[in-house]
Design a protein around this ligand. Structure first.
Ligand SMILES: C[S@@+](CC[C@H](N)C(=O)[O-])C[C@H]1O[C@@H](n2cnc3c(N)ncnc32)[C@H](O)[C@@H]1O
Length: 231
């Protein structure tokens, strides 16, 4: 199965419970990681922001609130998630945000000062996405990607494996999340997104590349600045 179809399969019918599940499954860490993404993003004052794989818009709305003068665009493969994101917009006072259906690997239009992605890197061809980002990011623009990592430290890894046994049995109880429970850990264990992203950033004209491993080594944030003229 190709990657977009695998993604559609594991996320199918999870939209209504996603926001709760991400809090529970990360034991509340998701909001700390997103807070850190916002802090890093505040190094600049972006006028235009692209949030790749926005899902139900958790990070997209947080960016729009942090930068109220900016125009924020969220894109995602899953139309179902975008329906929830658009419904949130109708109910909220946040108006500087728009949501579109698109594959992150195909985004090569418009110009942005900030490009973010949370929980996308493990699913993509990193070289393609970073090359595209280098074309659409303005000079001095910032890219901030975040995703899960498999801990290297032996104690953290043991704890993580035990946690996954418990999490899988919780996910198994829900028809919608069962497929995620079956697939996600393998995807995380096999992913080399941090090293692949660092290399791709070097190749495609980014500088000040930073890698921040988060507590317990269960996720990382990688960010960098686009220097020079846009190709
Ligand atoms: C775990 S959700 C994360 C949503 C949001 N970024 C957040 O932090 O809550 C992962 C999202 O990645 C999206 N996704 C995966 N591969 C994608 C791709 N190639 N292009 C666009 N979206 C993609 C899925 O549809 C899903 O909504």
């Amino acid at each position: 199965m190709d990657q977009p179809n695998l993604v559609r399969q594991i996320f199918a019918t999870t939209g209504s419970t996603y926001d709760l599940m991400v809090k529970v499954a990360t034991l509340g860490q998701d909001s700390s990681w997103k807070k850190r993404i916002l802090e890093i993003s505040s190094q600049i004052t972006p006028k235009t922001i692209l949030d790749l794989a926005c899902g139900t818009g958790i990070l997209t709305f947080a960016l729009a609130q942090r930068f109220p003068e900016s125009a924020v665009v969220g894109i995602d493969l899953q139309e179902e998630y975008l329906l929830y994101a658009r419904a949130k917009k109708i109910k909220s006072a946040v108006k500087n945000v728009e949501f579109f259906q698109a594959n992150a690997e195909d985004v090569v239009e418009n110009r942005y000062d900030l490009i973010t992605a949370s929980y996308l890197p493990k699913y993509i061809n990193m070289n393609v996405v970073i090359r595209n980002c280098s074309k659409i990011l303005n000079p001095e623009g910032l890219i901030v990607f975040h995703d899960f990592t498999y801990p290297e430290n032996a104690f953290y890894r043991l704890t993580y494996n035990i946690y996954w046994v418990l999490l899988r049995s919780v996910l198994h109880m829900s028809q919608s999340w069962r497929e995620m429970g079956r697939e996600l850990k393998h995807i995380i264990v096999e992913s080399t997104w941090v090293t692949t992203m660092k290399s791709a950033l070097e190749v495609h004209g980014f500088t000040e590349i930073q890698v921040e491993i988060q507590p317990w080594e269960v996720s990382a944030i990688v960010y960098a600045t686009r220097r020079g003229t846009v190709h």
